[in-house]
Design a protein around this ligand. Structure first.
Ligand code: F6R
Length: 242
């Protein structure tokens, strides 16, 4: 694992955006795995600024999001589909056909999951996967206890994750109970992984990732088995650790 420490969230976002942009500029075609949540927001905003100023083209980029809630349609402001359009896709030169997010509104969720795996395979897999981490070590919506062998699947959300995401909803009962997520093994098939960590609330998870055992009780621990992981984090996330 390569570890890059930054002063603060803003610097983390800048560095992460530069990292991703560099890859885009140097690849004829690139498949990006994307995450939602608070952590990558600054990165996306830096990518948008760069697009406006330096005109990095997304013409040859395909994106594949990690996850989506079950039961929220594209127009729902809390769907990850909406999030991605609002915070990135609508502001860069990328068409809808180039972007992929599991469809949480489909009648047959199993089929969506299987189709997502097939799509990833057909498109040559993910070159660079961007990740955030949950306080309980989840990556994507893979909660503690998820098999390291898992592929894209439907999950019941842990109460702690629903609580953490409740800030985006008007009330707790509006927070979806299920989601679709790439599995751990799907994530690990990415050629490269870029994990972002910010703030002291993530420092316990970072400590566990660095020094804890590699097992399914802490899903992110599996990243220690991947050949090409870079972690960009701010001082607060690394406090007392490195
Ligand atoms: C989002 C995702 C989640 C988040 C994690 C951290 O697509 O897959 O695993 O990365 O919950 O969320 P934030 O960044 O909001 O702390």
């Amino acid at each position: 694992m390569r570890i890059l420490e930054t002063k603060n969230y803003q610097e983390m976002s800048q560095l992460a955006a530069e990292y991703i942009i560099e890859k885009i500029r140097h690849s004829a075609q690139i498949n990006l795995g994307l995450a939602t949540g608070s952590t990558p927001l600054g990165t996306y905003s830096e990518m948008i600024k760069d697009f406006e100023k330096d005109e990095t083209s997304y013409q040859h980029v395909r994106t594949f999001n990690l996850d989506e809630y079950v039961g929220l349609d594209n127009k729902h402001p809390n769907s990850y589909n909406y999030f991605m359009r609002e915070n990135l896709f609508n502001h860069i030169n990328i068409t809808e056909e180039q972007t992929h997010i599991p469809n949480g509104m489909a009648a047959n969720i199993e089929k969506v999951c299987q189709g997502y795996e097939e799509l990833l395979e057909k498109q040559g897999g993910i070159d660079l996967q961007l990740l955030g981490i949950g306080k309980n070590g989840h990556i994507g919506f893979n909660e503690p206890g998820t098999s390291f062998e898992s592929i894209t699947h439907k999950v019941k959300l842990a109460q702690s994750t629903r609580l953490a995401n409740a800030r985006f909803f008007t009330s707790m009962d509006k927070v979806p109970t299920h989601a679709i997520t790439m599995g751990i093994s799907t994530i690990l098939r990415s050629k490269e992984i870029l994990l972002l960590v910010s703030g002291e609330e993530k420092s316990e998870a970072v400590k566990q990732l660095f020094y804890g055992p590699i097992n399914e009780n802490f899903p992110a621990s599996v990243l220690n088995t991947h050949q090409n992981v870079t972690i960009i984090g701010d001082k607060k996330a690394f406090a007392g650790i490195i």
